[in-house]
Design a protein around this ligand. Structure first.
Ligand code: CA
Length: 373
């Protein structure tokens, strides 16, 4: 394992990244399996029924649930509009009109909540969702098709081709599944009807309004994930504005339609978060004895070889004493956990999504895509 990992270790993260590991797993499962289109279709049928039977004279695009006031009539939304107007010079009338057209999405709130019957955390199951034949085969095709752009991104930002491809592969199956929610609906729903994270999502809604204005986008045509993440690499609006790049040189940043912009933007993101060219990412390690629980509490790479010496350990190759790492457990029920040393570059991948399962899936998919020179 070490040897193979070292193959790319020797050479060689968007947005909404606050969830615990289990939550991230739930999120990815949701992205894969919730089938937002079906949910929306059911919602539309339901809405149609309500409108037809009860609300026909007063139906409004914003009034999805019978008793729910449309967003533009709510005090909190009106205060937000006033703030956007004051801070950024938006015409209040225009935003008022926008929020009149926004639809509350109950399925967005539902997707944010922890599963009602949380499954047992399983690295084996998580891994199988992302590091599988389908993603490997498509990834090899992606690597081939965009070889020149991936190579250019590697040269410019120092992030290897297969790491960039693996992130896009894990996020959206190389652009196949970039989300079916209108971003304005998702962000407004979470900003005003999901109190636990309202502050964060109001910030993202603000950034989305600015992004749409800057790029001349129709507020309602941009689609994304239930959390409002956009395009092949699933950047949140803040990161689109801050870190996305025009890598195909057509004069605009477009993460939804330009694969090349997505490639450059992922490489730029990882570079800005501290990717170290040529530094190792992770190495599996065997411990001889019990791993102290406090070692497992942080994913920040703050430990060194000397720190773990008290419990005998072995790695497939000698461990450089200058490297810092976190000890990463990967648990599967009824199996002994795997332990990995996650070096600084592993931590950088967790800046894309803080789940260690996520980061290790990216790494192992990348390993499968690695083209030996
Ligand atoms: Ca472009």
């Amino acid at each position: 394992m070490m040897k193979r990992i070292h193959g790319f270790v020797g050479q060689h993260l968007t947005g909404f990244r606050k969830k615990a590991v289990r939550k991230d797993m739930a999120r990815h499962q949701n992205i894969l399996f919730i089938r937002p289109t079906a949910v929306r279709t059911r919602c539309k049928l339901f809405l149609l029924l309500i409108i037809t039977c009860v609300l026909a004279p007063v139906a409004h695009a914003g009034a999805v649930a019978g008793s729910r006031p449309p967003y533009h009539q709510r005090d909190d939304v009106q205060a937000f509009v006033a703030e956007m107007s004051r801070k950024h010079g938006f015409a209040a009338d225009e935003l008022h009109e926008v929020f009149a057209g926004v639809e509350f999405q109950a399925s967005v709130v539902k997707a944010m909540e922890p599963p009602s019957s949380p499954g047992v955390r399983s690295w084996e199951r998580y891994r199988a969702s992302f590091v599988n034949q389908r993603r490997i085969e498509r990834g090899l095709g992606f690597m081939q098709e965009y070889a020149a752009d991936l190579k250019r991104a590697h040269a410019q930002y120092g992030v290897p081709e297969h790491i960039v491809a693996a992130i896009i592969g894990v996020e959206t199956i190389y652009g196949q599944n970039t989300g079916r929610y209108r971003v304005i609906d998702a962000l407004t729903t979470l900003a005003f009807d999901y109190p636990r994270r309202a502050e964060y999502f109001r910030g993202e809604l603000e950034q989305y309004l600015l992004l749409a204005r800057e790029q001349g986008l129709d507020y309602f045509t941009v689609l994304g994930s239930y959390a409002g993440a956009i395009g092949l690499p699933q950047f949140m609006p803040t990161n689109v504005r801050k870190l996305a790049v025009d890598f195909d040189g057509d004069g605009k940043v477009d993460l939804r339609n330009s694969v090349v912009d997505a490639i450059g933007s992922v490489a730029h993101y990882l570079s800005v978060h501290g990717w170290k060219t040529g530094a190792p990412v992770a190495s599996q390690v065997m411990f001889d004895g019990t791993v102290p629980a406090e070692w497992l509490q942080s994913i920040q790479p703050v430990m060194t070889r000397d720190d773990i010496r008290q419990v005998g350990f072995s790695t497939p190759a000698p461990l450089d004493h200058t490297l810092s790492f976190a000890v990463i457990p990967l648990e599967t029920p009824e199996q002994p956990p795997e332990f990995w040393l996650g070096f600084e570059n592993f931590y950088v991948i967790t800046r894309y999504n803080r789940s260690t399962f996520y980061a290790m899936s990216v790494l192992q998919l990348a390993e499968a895509l690695y083209q030996r020179p």
